[in-house]
Structures are given as C-alpha cells and as structure tokens.
Write a protein that binds this ligand. Structure first.
Ligand code: ASP
Ligand code: MG
Length: 418
C-alpha cells in the first residue's frame, strides 16, 4: 500500500467521457489498496474562456475578482470527478482550496502556496475516501480565494503530495513521459525512465513544457517523487512506467547504464541583441542591464568580447522575443549615457541545449557539441554553460538539423525508429 497523489490536466478532464476514464484510472489505483488524493485542472480551454470574460468585464480587472472567476473551472471538474467516482462505487469527496484550506501568500492571480492543512485530509484518505482537490486555487490570509498563475495545478499537486507525505505524485498528461528530445523533430527520441529534478528544470527552462517549472522546483525542494505519464494510454497500460523525476541518488542507485547526456532541447523564443562599441570601462555593462532588469526583462545569454584597443567592445545578449521591441526602446532612450554606436537585432535564432548531470564528471561534452555542429556547417553565435548544461545560439532555420545530429552524436537515438 502506498499514498499516491494523482493529477489530471485539462485535456484529461475535457468532457464527461474523459472524466469517466479518469475515474476508472483512479478506481484502479484505489482497488490496489492505495490511499489516494486527486488534483484536477479545469476542462481544457475553460480557464482561457473565463479569463476572456474578465477582460470583457473590465480591461483593468481587479485581480481578486479575477481569482474568483478563474478558480471556478477547477471547482466544476473536482465536483464532477467526485460524483463520477461515487457512481462507480468509490467513496470520494471534493475539498476546495478554502475548505482544506490551502493557504497562499503574495499576490492574486500569481499566489504562492505557503501551507496546506492536512489533518482532515489525511484522516479522510486513511478511511479509504478519495480526496478530490481542485488545482490552481488556494486562500489568502484575508480568506479571499486565490489562484497560482497559469499552469498552476501541477504545483498544487506537488504541494499536496509534499503536505501529505505521498510516496509519489503521478502527473497524468497528454504525453506519456519526458523524452530525450522532441519526438516530432527526432523520430528516434527515447522516453526517459528517470530524470533528475535539476535536469528537468533545465529542460523545462529551454522549452520542453511538460510540467510547470515551478512545480519541478517545488518537487526538488520538498523531495517529492514525481512521475509523468499519459492519461490516454489504454487502461491495461496503466502499470507501465512513465518518466520518474527524482533526486540524483535514486537514479545512481538504479540506473547504471545512464548516458552522459540526458536530453537535448531547442528553444525558439529568444531574440538576439548586439550593442556595438560600448565603452570598455567599469559600469558600462551595468548601464545596459540595469534598466532592462528594472523593466523585468529576463536577459539570458550574455557575451562581451575583450576589446583589442581596450576602449570599446560589443555586448551580445538574448531576451525573450516578446520583449525585443521594448528592450530596444529602453536602450535607445539611453544611447547617450551608455555611449554605444548602434543596436543590431536578430529574432530568427534558436537556442540549442544539451543537458545532463553526467557532464559534471566528464570533460569534453561541449567539444563534442561544437565539433558536431561544425561538421554540418552550423555556425555558433553565442555559447553559455551551467554545471549540467551547454547552450548555443544558432540560426533558427538550422534547429531541426542541429537537434538531430546532436541526438545521434551523444548516443541518444533509439535502436529503431519509433
Ligand atoms: N486551469 C489552469 C490553467 O489553465 C491551471 C492548470 O490547468 O494548471 O492555467
Ligand atoms: Mg498543465
């Protein structure tokens, strides 16, 4: 017997037929003798619809009332799932965010979970009753309803799992796990049996959006074992493992055959900015990046060449594409004080990252990447590294080719095309 939190996303909850499938899956886990809590999303598209109403009601809507509106999507699905379970003979009840309660702090529309009261919840689970909890919602100190920010029900599920000390948090979604790379780009991509929290965070931040990044960070902090699996696999496949997201030790203990590189991600959401002929003196770089930071623009890769004449240098960096125009405006407005010559931008770029905890203890990972890309004539425009990641910036048109050749070069291709 184990204590398991199951989480179902919006596509799994879209309509009564799918909710009946979810209920059957929950029943299967209950029948095996486990204690179960289920966290649900709103039906797919519902939260967007509700956000639309808020915008229509008032372009400058009150975030506290926005939360009242958008939290309703999950209230509907949690009630429907509890009803459906009961109709199947499984004892169940819904526990809304304010009933547990799930205490939240900071701001409406992007609240953070501070604490979850679990006495009643655990007692109910121990008595064999399935607890159905709406994701995405909680309650502020003033007892007003709050929501966690879009995609927040993954974070709700991990927080509930941490609070009830679950053995595992199973996140059912529309993919059956985390892959070595996007299977739509590389048909030989393999499903990973296990991935570390840190790798998952790096892969998520560079574009594999399987889980909300915050939920992975929370799982790492609270040591919650997370499993990603598909709610669309046929029920007799339920026992097939998805991808486990766990600490490094658990992987070392169970998977001797680990590859050096775990995954490769491509991200086309950034744009490149080159600020030319910046004075090479203390404070110059700060004068570029401080105003961008003050505008909450997230700068990613940065390179600054050592200037030959020790007087001027070019500074190259990336920002989210959506912030490109704003970034240029901010810098142009300070042209005099920063003292640069001109700004060159390029939004047709891609960031390709190879990720793996194995590179901590192995030299040469970056060299393989550079050589593999060079052999295909792919030019590298910028490079950045972390302890477990090497990223390069290349021309957007070469994304697919780059991912494919790197996937082979690091020995990640499945034996046969999927
Ligand atoms: N329903 C919310 C959203 O669409 C939360 C979630 O599904 O994770 O953002
Ligand atoms: Mg989601």
């Amino acid at each position: 017997m184990a204590r398991i939190v199951m989480k179902f996303g919006g596509t799994s909850m879209a309509g009564m037929e799918r909710i009946r499938n979810v209920a059957a899956r929950v029943k299967h886990v209950v029948d095996q003798g486990n204690e179960v809590a289920v966290v649900v999303s709103a039906m797919a598209g519902e939260t967007d619809r509700l956000v639309g109403f808020c915008r229509e009601a008032s372009p400058l809507y009150d975030p506290a009332e926005y939360d009242v509106v958008v939290a309703s999507g999950e209230q509907v699905t949690s009630g429907l799932l509890a009803m459906t379970l009961k109709a199947m003979g499984v004892d169940a009840r819904s526990w809304l965010g304010w009933q547990l309660p799930i205490r939240t702090i900071e701001t409406h529309a992007k609240a953070r979970i501070e604490r979850i009261e679990t006495d009643a919840l655990v007692a109910a689970m121990q008595s064999g009753q399935v607890a159905v909890i709406p994701g995405f919602q909680g309650m502020m100190a003033d007892n007003r309803i709050a929501t966690l920010g879009r995609g927040g029900s993954d974070t709700s599920a991990v927080a509930v799992a941490a609070a009830v000390k679950a053995d595992r948090c199973d996140i059912y979604t529309d993919v059956n796990g985390v892959y070595t790379t996007d299977p739509r780009i590389v048909s030989r991509a393999r499903k990973l049996n296990m991935v570390t929290y840190e790798e998952m965070l790096e892969l998520a931040s560079v574009g594999s959006k399987v889980l909300q990044t915050r939920s992975v960070a929370l799982a790492m902090k609270e040591k919650v074992r997370v499993q990603v699996l598909s709610s669309f696999d046929s029920p007799d496949q339920t026992d097939l493992p998805g991808t486990l997201i766990v600490g490094e030790q658990e992987i070392e203990d169970s998977d001797m055959e680990r590859q050096l590189i775990t995954g490769i991600a491509a991200d086309k959401n950034d744009a490149k900015i080159i600020v030319t002929r910046v004075p090479d003196k203390p404070g110059a770089v700060a004068s570029i990046f401080t105003p961008l930071a003050e505008a909450s623009i997230n700068v990613d890769m940065i390179i600054q060449n050592d200037s030959k004449d020790k007087e001027e240098t070019d500074v190259t960096f990336t920002v989210p594409r959506a912030d490109l125009a704003r970034s240029v405006d901010i810098l142009e407005a300070r042209k005099e004080s920063i003292g640069f010559r001109r700004i060159i931008t390029d939004s047709e770029i891609a960031k390709i990252s190879v990720v793996g905890v194995g590179m901590r203890s192995h030299a040469g990972v970056a060299a393989i990447m550079f050589k593999t890309l060079a052999d295909r004539g792919i030019n590298i425009e910028a490079i950045s590294t972390s302890e477990i990641k090497v990223s390069v910036l290349i021309d957007e048109d070469e994304t697919e080719l780059a991912v494919r050749v790197l996937h082979s070069a690091y020995g990640l291709d499945a034996a046969e095309a999927a």
